[in-house]
Design a protein around this ligand. Sequence first.
Ligand code: ADP
Ligand code: MG
Length: 362
Amino acid sequence: MDGDTDIHRLDEDTVARIAAGEVVERPASAVKELVENSLDADATRIDVTVEAGGTELIRVADDGLGMSEADLRAAVRQHTTSKIADLEDLEGGVTTLGFRGEALHTIGSVSRLRIRSRPRANGDGGSATETTGTDATGTELVYEGGEVTSVGPVGCPEGTSVEVTDLFYNTPARRKFLKTKATEFAHVNRVVTRYALANPDVAISLTHDGREVFATTGQGDLQAAVLSVYGREVAASMIPVEASGDDLPTGPVESVSGLVSHPETNRSTREYLATYVNGRAITADAIRDGIVGAYGTQLGTDRYPFVVCFLSVPGEAVDVNVHPRKREVRFDDADAVRRQVDSAVESALLDHGLLRSGAPRG
Ligand code: ADP
Ligand code: MG
């Protein structure tokens, strides 16, 4: 050591694990990253399987673009991505969900990661005519505690399957902060639900401890996805919201679209308010207050409807620099956003005779 000091540099492994704890807080955060990777890989089907709330096993299998052996070896390294090349790409606007190139590396440094992947034979959805070449089979890569421990050929379908076991096995402090398996599963369920509702054209399923929780068909519209996720009763009570341009009061929101439930179909939790800004699942007080305000006295105190609502807002009106892992967003003119959402939802409810016009509003 140089001189007399207690200050020393942490070894790389310790640094990596500390950083990992900030990215991957709990099983649901790993699920989010893996599902985003599958969507970025152009998957048409994504099957999410978890055991013990995701603490023992998380598996996300897709039929997306897949990876070659070289891709796989690169993908688990830190700051490796195929999605942007430089800062210029970033400033030009990123269209993929990921771009930081840290998810696989990070998840792999606090778990045992097994990835099986096989590149798509050909991009235009042709039949299985191309079965020659080195990629006729897939590759399996195992990554444990931050190191590749084995790589080899394996028979597998086109696409990618990522298996995470023993999350936080080497970070006991983080493991200790996990809640009950039921609570961890509730977080996982919420994440997968948000992506399933926002991507009705992708067949997304969720299985917990061997029981299928839901499965969307991937062929439907939003209404069909709501039916698969929330069931018949909720789906039957949904009415469409569709407002843009002159339909809306002045404000930054360009359009509001989606489905909201009949006031009688409500719950005592905000859990079922699925709101999105520019395609990203977020929460914002302004949006929530606008929705709840539109229902007025039709909803009891602390009761919330089922909502799947997509807002389109120009980038400069919303704080896009919030960390991508944060789900909360802020608007420059939050009050205008609240009024716009209130108006859009109120018109939908009025159109369906679900509000007494002029009734006192809460
Ligand atoms: P990022 O998503 O920010 O690029 P990740 O660590 O999540 O970083 O993934 C690294 C790279 O691995 C991605 O850029 C992509 O090329 C590849 N990859 C990850 N998951 C998949 C997948 N399910 N299908 C195809 N490629 C994938
Ligand atoms: Mg990613």
